[in-house]
Design a protein around this ligand. Structure first.
Ligand SMILES: [Zn+2]
Ligand SMILES: [Zn+2]
Length: 334
């Protein structure tokens, strides 16, 4: 930009003034910008130069800048929101003025669509790889896979704090990963989402809106009155996705029988059910904490007894877990 323009400026105007970036008139495209040069002595201004790379989309209209798409891709791997990112940049004076949040959200929406498609393809590839590996191992049925899975929520389900008659969570993410190898690659995901940007303001005005069946774009994929903690349904959805390529031979879950029956519903073949150690240990601890012991079981004053009982529960959990871990180590899995 400078080399071309300095020569052009002297040739066209014979002026020996200095060229500088016309920052007052820069054109921003998210975090990318186009700049022009102006002369400090005469009225010479250069054409605009694009200082960012464009992404080829094959569509009509203005092309997205690589820097904006790259930023959104990076943000997806961190818990930082667009608002948070904008604040960081504004405080550090890195991109003055930072782009507005709605533009960043639009970019995020486009990037996340591509990210979802990429991940769906990736999980399919992993499932195909498992099938190939099974064949290499000369298994009788190459489509068998052992999986483990659980659902996590954005808020604890019991934590509605009396503000809402519904369960506290609004997003439930169910993940299942393969147990055939040590890398435990994720083979199926389902996200249940109640949050809808269209319905929320309308509901605040007292208008009844039924997600996801309303006009406009609905970001929710379930109704507000549906049970978010329905792990049976979520497990069934994920198991159906896995079943497009593989058959689930065994499912290790949190011990919730509903969750297991969800996996059973999704396929014809029988599934062996296992409980995972972490949830098993926790329920063991809870049971011991709740149990009524003989008054002579724990020595000392009554105020200390609850503490002793809790320590006893922790100790039993730790011992049982180590027994189980040892048993697994000593058993050769064929
Ligand atoms: Zn000049
Ligand atoms: Zn909606």
């Amino acid at each position: 930009m400078f080399n071309t323009e300095i020569r052009k400026h002297i040739e066209e105007t014979s002026c020996h003034g200095f060229l500088m970036i016309d920052t007052a008139n820069s054109r921003n495209w998210g975090f990318g910008s186009s700049e022009r040069l102006k002369c400090d002595s005469c009225s010479y201004v250069s054409p605009y130069y694009r200082l960012y790379e464009e992404l080829e989309t094959g569509k009509r209209g203005r092309k997205p800048a690589k820097i904006n798409v790259g930023l959104q891709t990076g943000l997806m791997t961190t818990p930082i929101s667009n608002t948070g990112m904008r604040r960081i940049l504004a405080h550090a004076n890195i991109a003055p003025p930072p782009p507005n949040v709605s533009a960043m959200h639009r970019a995020a929406g486009k990037v996340s669509e591509a990210m979802v498609a990429l991940n769906v393809k990736d999980m399919h590839d992993i499932r195909e790889k498992i099938k190939q590996d099974n064949r290499l191992c000369r298994l009788k049925d190459g489509t068998k896979v052992n999986v483990e899975g659980d659902t996590c929520y954005n808020n604890p389900l019991f934590n509605s704090g009396g503000h809402t008659p519904f369960q506290g969570g609004t997003i439930a993410v169910t993940t299942m990963s393969e147990n055939n190898t040590r890398s435990k690659r994720i083979v199926g995901v389902h996200v249940a989402n109640k949050l809808c940007m269209v319905a929320r303001p309308l509901r605040n005005q007292g208008i009844a809106v039924d997600c996801p069946n309303h006009d406009g774009k609905c970001t929710a994929n379930m109704s507000e009155t549906d049970v978010i903690g329905n792990e049976e349904k979520w497990n069934e959805q994920v198991a159906r996705k896995i079943n497009t390529d593989l058959n689930i031979a065994s499912f290790t879950g949190d011990g919730d029988s509903k969750g297991h029956s969800g996996v059973d519903k999704a396929q014809v073949q029988q599934t062996v059910h296992f409980k995972d150690l972490r949830h098993l240990g926790n329920s063991l601890k809870r049971a011991i904490n709740k149990a009524q012991f003989n008054s002579g079981m724990f020595a000392g004053p009554a105020s200390k007894r609850a503490n002793f009982q809790n320590r006893f529960a922790l100790s039993i959990r730790a011992r049982c877990m180590s027994e189980l871990t040892r048993a697994h180590k000593n058993t050769k899995v064929i």
